[in-house]
Design a protein around this ligand. Structure first.
Ligand code: NAD
Ligand code: TDX
Length: 331
């Protein structure tokens, strides 16, 4: 079996390639990645010798056509993914998330190749802190940011291509991921690397926003489960019951690195900042039998902190430029 992984040099995509080599050793992997600021070829590590890495844009129709034609399954991870960047300049988000997904859909339609589209719980908007409800597959779409709006648009394109053109495709909407190889612009790596560098972690607003954390390996195991056992045209929500306030996450990072747990700074809030995300993953668990293996967020977080402490060569080259960008936003 030959799979095409878009965005395989990014955070979740690179971890997906490692997961695939460990758990599906007979699968041949081709990665298509534009190698944007968010990518790092070194995240593929030893897999670099066994994986074909094609440097290109998912919106390049001719290139995508050639790669899809030779694949049995496409896993579509490539996207512009950072909300703060989407507020500063939405243009690459429309290009990659909407136009790029369109280009892939047309190629899988031409060649009859199955697609798994990787998306986010942010398409559902947000919940109040005290709302007993969680997102399900039936929750109406209500995205808040340019990032989540373009992801919502891409999900709807996939649904329409299934219904109107009969392509074979599944969709997953996952909650916030953490783990190794995540860019230092994102919340958890930013705060771990700040504390390592003696800088106070930065909490947006009152720091009481809630995210539902899942380890990246649990996400990727779920993606394989859905691609292999899921029904075409269906959406599956992926989550591991990992709700935490941002303040609690930062306090845990500070504690683990030997600092007072309130040694953080409250900074300017993100415009349109979603208050809370929470996933009900009963459908995935009940229909397909998936279960998370990192059920305990604090032990997964501890392992992630250790990874950033031990792999400073990986993140140092990005750190100063990332913090300079945040300084301009007073964040
Ligand atoms: P990331 O930003 O770390 O990586 C994205 C990758 O896509 C990078 O390697 C980048 O070079 C590549 N890319 C960007 N534009 C491209 C283009 N035009 N053509 C080809 N490649 C391009 O992102 P991530 O956190 O690994 O997210 C992967 C996917 O998972 C995204 O679709 C995202 O929406 C989804 N998702 C992420 C999370 C999360 O918490 N990070 C949660 C749910 C869903
Ligand atoms: O310095 C920070 N301080 C802070 O308080 C940063 C970078 C973030 N935050 C807050 C904002 C959010 O409430 O932490 C939370 C997490 O922020 P991000 O890491 O930017 O993630 P989020 O906006 O929740 O989106 C993430 O999860 C869903 C990914 O970036 C998306 O790609 C994914 O779809």
């Amino acid at each position: 079996m030959r799979v095409l992984v878009t965005g395989g040099a990014g955070f979740i995509g690179a971890n997906f390639v490692h997961w695939t080599r460990a758990h599906r050793p007979d699968v041949e992997v081709v990665v298509l990645d534009a190698l944007t600021y968010a990518a790092d070829g070194s995240s593929l590590g030893s897999a670099r010798d066994e994986v074909e890495l094609v440097h290109g844009d998912i919106a390049d129709n001719a290139l995508v056509d050639r790669l899809v034609k030779d694949a049995d399954q496409v896993f579509h991870f490539a996207a512009e993914t950072h909300n703060d960047n989407s507020l500063a300049d939405p243009s690459p988000f429309v290009h990659t998330n909407v136009v790029g997904t369109f280009s892939l859909l047309e190629a899988v339609r031409r060649h009859g190749v199955r697609l798994h589209h990787v998306s986010t719980d942010e398409v559902y908007g947000d919940l109040e802190l005290d709302d007993p409800a969680r997102f399900t597959e039936a929750t109406p779409y209500n995205p808040s940011s340019p990032y989540s709006a373009t992801k919502a648009g891409s999900d709807l394109l996939v649904r329409a291509w299934v219904r109107s053109f009969g392509i074979s495709a599944t969709i997953s909407n996952c909650s916030n991921n953490y783990g190794p190889y995540q860019h230092v612009e994102k919340f958890i790596p930013r705060q771990i690397t700040n504390v390592i560098d003696g800088i106070a972690p930065k909490l947006y607003g009152d720091g009481l926003n809630v995210r539902d954390w899942i380890h990246v390996d649990d996400h990727n195991a779920a993606v394989w489960t859905i691609a292999e056992k899921g029904r075409s045209g269906e959406t599956y929500l992926i989550g591991a019951d990992g709700e935490q306030t941002n303040r609690d996450v930062v306090s845990a990072v500070l504690r683990e690195l030997g600092q007072p747990e309130d040694a953080y700074e409250l900074v300017r809030d993100r415009p349109g900042h979603d208050r809370r995300y929470a996933i009900d993953s009963s459908k995935l668990r009940g229909e397909l039998g998936w279960r998370p293996t990192y059920a305990d967020f604090s032990s997964g977080l501890r392992a992630t902190i250790a990874w950033y402490r031990d792999n400073q060569d990986w993140w140092r080259p990005q750190k100063a430029a990332t913090e300079a960008k945040y300084a301009q936003l007073n964040q």
